[in-house]
Design a protein around this ligand. Structure first.
Ligand SMILES: Cc1cc2nc3c(=O)[nH]c(=O)nc-3n(C[C@H](O)[C@H](O)[C@H](O)COP(=O)(O)OP(=O)(O)OC[C@H]3O[C@@H](n4cnc5c(N)ncnc54)[C@H](O)[C@@H]3O)c2cc1C
Length: 384
C-alpha cells in the first residue's frame, strides 16, 4: 500500500499551498468581516486551472484526477473555507455532472467557460420545503415548444448572485416523485431568474448563498442534462462525488485549527511552562492529529472506491460524515486550547469554528449520511 502522492499530486499540493498562502490568506479575515466575494481570486483560480480541475483538457480543463482535486480543496480550506466552498461547487456539482452526463454539445459549450473561471457555476437542488427530502421538490418544468420553462423557488444556493450556469433540478409533476425529476443547465443571466440578497450567515461569509425565484425561466431545449426523468439519479450520483469535496474541506479546516493550536500551545506559558507541556493539552493535540489522519484515510479510501465500477455512496457518505463531525470536534478543541483568546475574533480559530459549523449540514446532513450508510448495512444484513 502506497500513501505517497504521485508527481502531479505533489505539484498540485505545492502550487495550491503557495497560491493559498500568498493570494488567499492575506484577505481572509477581512473578507469574513465584510462578506465581500473574492472575484479576483476566482479569476486567478480559473487561470491556474483550479475551477475545472477534473475537466478533460479537450474542454479547457486541467484534466486531473479526483485526489489532486481534493488536495487542492484541502489546501484552500486550510486558509479560507469560504473560497474553498465556491471552488468545490463549481468543480463538483456543476462541471462534474456536465462532464459525466452531458452531450458533446453541452460539454463543448459550457465546460470551457466554467473551467477558465470566466464564469462561476452552481447547483440548485434544495428548496424552502425540500431539503433532506430533496425528491419532494416542487419547482416545475414545462415544455414550451422551442424551450423548457421553469417555475419555483430554490433555497441556499451557493455562488448565487455571482454564478451564471447552474445545474437545476425540477419536476414535471410532484406526484411522479423522483421519476418526475429532470436536470437542466440553467443560465441565471435572464429576467426569469431572481436572486434574493445573500443570506446573513454564521460562517463562510464571503461565499454568497441565496434564495432564488424562477419565474418563467427559460432553458433551451438542448440544455436538459441527461434523459428526461433521470434528473434525480444524476443529482444523487453528483452528491456521491461532491461529498468528498466537503470531506476535504473539513480536513483542511481541521488542519488549520491544529496548526494554530500547535503554535499557540508552544508559545503560551502557564504554570511556568508552555501549555503544550501539560499532558492534558498534549493529549488533546494528539487526538486532533489522529482524527485528522483518520478522516483523510477514509477520504482516500472513498477516492479508491470512486475509481471502481458501480456506486460509491456508502464510502462517500462515511468519509463526509466522519470528516465533517471530526472537523467540528477539532475546531472546538482548538478554541479550548486557546482559552479566552479562542473566543476572540482576533485569533483565526474563532473563524474556523464558525466556518466549520456548516460542514455537517450541507451536501446532506450527518443524519442523511447515516441514512445512506444504514441502507447499505440493511443490504449487508440480508446477506448474513
Ligand atoms: C451555506 C449553505 C450552502 C448551501 N449550498 C447549497 C447549494 O449550493 N445548492 C443546494 O441545492 N443546496 C445548498 N444548501 C442546502 C443544504 O444542502 C441543505 O441545507 C441540507 O441538505 C439540509 O436541508 P434543510 O436545511 O432543508 O434541513 P432539513 O432537511 O429540514 O433538516 C432539518 C434537520 O432534520 C434532520 N432530518 C431531516 N430528515 C431526517 C430523517 N429522515 N432522519 C433523521 N433526521 C432527519 C436533518 O438532518 C436536520 O438535522 C446549502 C446550505 C447551506 C447552509
Amino acid at each position: 500500500m502506497d500513501f505517497a502522492l504521485d508527481e502531479q499530486q505533489q505539484m498540485v499540493a505545492e502550487m495550491v499551498r503557495s497560491f493559498a498562502e500568498e493570494r488567499v490568506r492575506p484577505g481572509a479575515a477581512e473578507r469574513d468581516r465584510t462578506g465581500e466575494f473574492p472575484h479576483e481570486i476566482f479569476a486567478e483560480m480559473g487561470e491556474l486551472g483550479l475551477l475545472g480541475m477534473m475537466v478533460p483538457e479537450t474542454y479547457g480543463g486541467a484534466g486531473m484526477d479526483l485526489l489532486s482535486y481534493l488536495i487542492a480543496v484541502e489546501e484552500l480550506a486550510r486558509v479560507d473555507a469560504a473560497v474553498a466552498v465556491g471552488m468545490t461547487v463549481t468543480n463538483s456539482v456543476c462541471c462534474w455532472p456536465i462532464m459525466t452526463f452531458g452531450s458533446e454539445e453541452q460539454k463543448t459549450e459550457f465546460l470551457p467557460q466554467l473551467a477558465s473561471g470566466q464564469i462561476v457555476g452552481g447547483f440548485m437542488l434544495t428548496e424552502p420545503n425540500a431539503g433532506s427530502d430533496a425528491a419532494s421538490l416542487t419547482t416545475r418544468y414545462r415544455n414550451e415548444g422551442d424551450h423548457w420553462r421553469l417555475d419555483g423557488a430554490k433555497a441556499w444556493i451557493t455562488n448565487g448572485e455571482v454564478g451564471r450556469f447552474f445545474i437545476c433540478l425540477a419536476t414535471k409533476d410532484p406526484a411522479l416523485g423522483p421519476k418526475g425529476i429532470s436536470c437542466f443547465i440553467l443560465d441565471a443571466r435572464q429576467d426569469g431568474v431572481v436572486f434574493d440578497p445573500p443570506e446573513a450567515k454564521m460562517g463562510l461569509r464571503s461565499s454568497k448563498t441565496c434564495m432564488v425565484t424562477l419565474d418563467g425561466a427559460r432553458v433551451p431545449k438542448t440544455a436538459m442534462l441527461g434523459d428526461e426523468g433521470k434528473g434525480f439519479a444524476i443529482a444523487l450520483a453528483t452528491l456521491d462525488h461532491s461529498r468528498l469535496g466537503i470531506a476535504a474541506q473539513s480536513v483542511g479546516i481541521a488542519t488549520a485549527a491544529l496548526e494554530e493550536s500547535l503554535r499557540y500551545a508552544r508559545d503560551r506559558k502557564q504554570f511556568g511552562k508552555p501549555i503544550m507541556e501539560h499532558q492534558a493539552i498534549a493529549f488533546q493535540l494528539a487526538d486532533m492529529d489522529t482524527e485528522i489522519d483518520a478522516a483523510r484515510g477514509l477520504m482516500q479510501r472513498a477516492v479508491w472506491a470512486a475509481g471502481q465500477p458501480g456506486r460509491h455512496s456508502r464510502e462517500s457518505a462515511a468519509a463526509k460524515l466522519y470528516a465533517s463531525e471530526m472537523c467540528n470536534r477539532v475546531v472546538g478543541q482548538a478554541i479550548q486550547i486557546h482559552g479566552g483568546y479562542g473566543f476572540s475574533s482576533e485569533y483565526p480559530v474563532e473563524r474556523f469554528f464558525r466556518d466549520a459549523r456548516v460542514v455537517t449540514i450541507y451536501e446532506g446532513t450527518s443524519e442523511v449520511q447515516r441514512l445512506v450508510i444504514a441502507r447499505a448495512l440493511a443490504e449487508r444484513a440480508k446477506a448474513l
